[in-house]
Design a protein around this ligand. Structure first.
Ligand code: NAD
Length: 354
């Protein structure tokens, strides 16, 4: 099995470095894994004048999955838009049609204190947001700024979802729920928006093939409120691109630890790009203090969803739980006054726990 490792910029190389050590350790006594490395983002621009060099796209295309670090940094902020690091990621998503974004928000008992919400509200939270990633108002045409009939300038975008786009994300949500608590909450704004009434109708139709899964619907404004009122009521939440963008950031911060959360972006073939939800953290890049656990957990998701190596995925997740229980903390997840470890020490601890 082949994994393309695109480390990117900032802390990207440091954190993927630890995930790579974990994958290599697993490969020595488990599934045989080959890793191939290629530059992306600012590193791609530095190497080849393009945030997604042709050679990198080729490496990714020949792999079974992509492990992605993070891209971006102040050095690249003044480049023309097409050359900016984030274009590397957006083009990868588009090229591989990565329409299903899976973002778990999990609160480890040892880290319940790290949330800004009361520990009794978030302890034990295990929520998965399934966000549609390639449609909706973010891509709908026409869009732009024009002068209207009254001679005033106006901005406009188009919210649009094709039935097939809704069907395939609903299938991902129901299939994923089957491996969890079998509950799906579909989030929309069907009381106001035609597109999302259509979303609700199609999700309900798809549910016909998943009678073993409980389906509920919720308006997005209520969902935003329920996420901070009682987040543990949710198992799988499925929603469109824009609502998912906002709700998944809200949900991730319930856990209080951006350095802990992995994500997967999948296409219909199960090919996926796996990355931590955080960015390149230029403020701590090169200091050896970044938390590598989100990337290590992304590697676990990769093994589960693209390589179908459930046992290996669980080994990683169990090892992460173990190091947290043993008290290892990088600075971002440490209680005040507690001793902290660096990026490599955390990697060492996970390897030992494996
Ligand atoms: P960020 O996620 O990089 O950092 C936010 C804060 O969280 C910083 O204080 C950072 O030090 C901290 N942090 C992030 N990851 C951490 C980790 N693993 N361990 C410890 N602390 C961690 O967000 P930002 O500062 O808004 O963006 C920085 C750059 O990253 C920008 O160029 C942005 O465009 C880019 N970005 C990239 C991605 C991606 O590659 N998918 C996502 C978001 C932002």
């Amino acid at each position: 099995m082949k994994i393309a490792v695109l480390a990117g910029d900032g802390i990207g190389p440091e954190i993927t470095g630890q995930a790579v050590r974990v994958l290599q350790a697993l490969s020595s006594d488990g599934p045989r894994i080959e890793l191939e490395f290629a530059p992306v983002g600012g590193a791609g621009y530095d190497a080849a004048g393009d945030p997604l060099p042709e050679a990198t796209l080729k490496v990714a295309g020949q792999a079974d999955a992509i492990l992605f670090g993070s891209v971006g940094g102040p050095k690249y902020d003044t480049l023309p838009r097409a050359k900016r690091p984030e274009q590397g990621l957006l083009r990868l998503r588009k090229h591989f049609d990565l329409f299903a974004n899976l973002r778990p928000a999990l609160v480890y008992p040892e880290l319940a204190h790290a949330s800004t919400l009361k520990p009794e509200v978030v302890a034990g939270l295990d929520l998965l947001i399934v966000r549609e990633l390639t449609g909706d108002i973010y891509f709908g045409q026409p869009r732009g700024v024009r002068t209207n009939e009254q001679g005033e300038r106006e901005g406009f975008d188009t919210m649009r979802y094709a039935e097939s786009e809704i069907r395939r994300i609903a299938v991902v949500a129901f299939e994923t729920a089957r491996k969890r608590q079998r509950r799906v909450c579909s989030v929309d704004k069907a009381n106001v928006l035609e597109t999302t009434q259509f979303w609700r109708d199609v999700v309900t139709e798809v549910h016909g093939q998943y009678r073993d899964i409980e389906l509920t619907h919720m308006y997005v404004d209520n969902a935003a409120m329920q996420l901070v009122r009682n987040p543990r009521q949710f198992d799988v939440m499925v929603t469109g691109n824009m609502f998912g963008d906002i709700l998944s950031d809200e949900a991730s911060m319930l856990t209080g630890s951006i350095g802990m959360l992995p994500s997967a972006s999948l296409n219909a073939r199960g090919f996926g790009l796996y990355e931590p939800i955080h960015g390149s953290a230029p403020d701590i890049a090169g200091k050896g203090v970044a938390n590598p656990l989100a990337t290590i957990l992304s590697a676990a998701m990769l093994l589960r969803h693209s390589l179908h190596q459930e046992a290996a995925a669980r080994r990683i997740e169990t090892a992460v739980r173990k190091v947290l229980a043993q008290g290892f903390r990088t600075a971002d997840i440490a209680e005040p006054g507690r001793r902290t470890v660096g990026t490599k020490d955390m990697g060492d601890a996970v390897l030992a726990a494996l």
